[in-house]
Design a protein around this ligand. Structure first.
Ligand SMILES: C[S@@+](CC[C@H](N)C(=O)[O-])C[C@H]1O[C@@H](n2cnc3c(N)ncnc32)[C@H](O)[C@@H]1O
Length: 281
């Protein structure tokens, strides 16, 4: 396990992933009933963008760095949908400079209501310790040093009947797309009504095409959301995808409003910014 998210936090892919996460969770919280959230690959929780790791790649400069000046200037329809994400980022940065960036655990913790519950899994021992210390005082958040793929088997189905699972593996292993498909399928068998958000990188078109086909074959109700910010010739990692199984019915139209505005701000190669929202039913 070489991957450390501290080098990448706050980049364009994090922004798109986290905006989708906040929209899906906000939807599940429309009713008072408790919601369970499982984050299978949680990372550090939140990130200092001035850290040595973050400065080494400066990826956040092209992500939250580009977006931050526009957070207050979005058109009303976009601002309303962006609010849960924007509020979480602002709450970490009261001085007005984007120094800290919330990872998925910090976003989930920010949005949780008293009746909600979350489990964050992180396999890297050091990162797990940081994450566990960060949420030690939160009674309804449990942090576990376990394999997220195993957690899909041991923690699902949850006693709460409403649940969201986010899968955000590092994509270090060659077979990560297949592991993801198998993990999603096994999880959905155990907890059929859960909403699943599975992130993937857009680097190699053949692998992504096979994954899209796999999602279509294995799930009855899924949404594929793919965004591109650069031309493949300018950056190997030029786009970001999210497969959403059992998506909230409002999500596609919300993302249709949000993503074009977001991509315009995050685009690196002029004209290469694009987003594609495809419902597989
Ligand atoms: C892409 S990062 C997660 C970022 C986080 N979801 C966020 O949005 O802030 C992937 C994380 O998964 C951890 N990891 C790798 N393999 C794992 C496994 N099998 N189970 C749980 N965590 C794992 C890595 O140490 C890394 O911190």
């Amino acid at each position: 396990m070489n991957y450390r998210h501290a080098f990448h936090a706050g980049n364009f892919a994090d922004i798109v992933k986290h905006v989708i996460l906040t929209r899906a969770l906000t939807y599940l919280q429309r009713k008072d009933k408790p919601v369970f959230v499982l984050d299978t690959h949680a990372g550090l929780g939140s990130y200092d963008l001035e850290s040595e790791s973050a400065r080494k790649t400066a990826e956040a400069d092209d992500g939250i760095g580009r977006l931050w000046p526009h957070l207050d200037g979005a058109p009303d329809a976009v601002a309303a949908l962006l609010a849960p994400f924007a509020d979480a980022v602002r709450s970490l940065n009261p001085t007005g400079e984007p120094r800290f960036y919330p990872g998925s655990p910090a976003l989930i913790a920010h949005l949780m209501r008293p009746q909600d519950r979350a489990v964050f899994c992180e396999l890297h021992a050091e990162d797990h310790n940081v994450l566990a210390a960060r949420f030690a005082r939160r009674k309804r958040i449990r942090v576990e040093n376990v394999d997220g793929w195993q957690a899909l088997k041991t923690l699902l189905p949850p006693p709460e009947r409403r649940g969201l699972v986010i899968l955000d593996p590092p994509f270090e292993a060659r077979n990560e797309f297949d592991v993801m498909l198998d993990g999603l399928e096994a999880a959905a068998r155990r907890f059929a009504t859960g909403t699943y958000l599975a992130w993937y990188p857009i680097k190699h078109e053949t692998a992504v095409a096979a994954f899209r086909t796999g999602v279509g074959q294995r799930f009855k109700d899924a949404l594929l959301v793919e965004t591109t910010v650069a031309a493949p010739a300018d950056a190997a990692f030029h786009g970001s995808g999210m497969a959403i199984i059992n998506p909230p019915y409002t999500l596609a139209s919300e993302l249709d409003t949000l993503l074009p505005w977001l991509i315009e701000r995050l685009e690196r190669t002029p004209g290469a910014g694009a987003c594609r929202i495809e419902a597989l039913r």
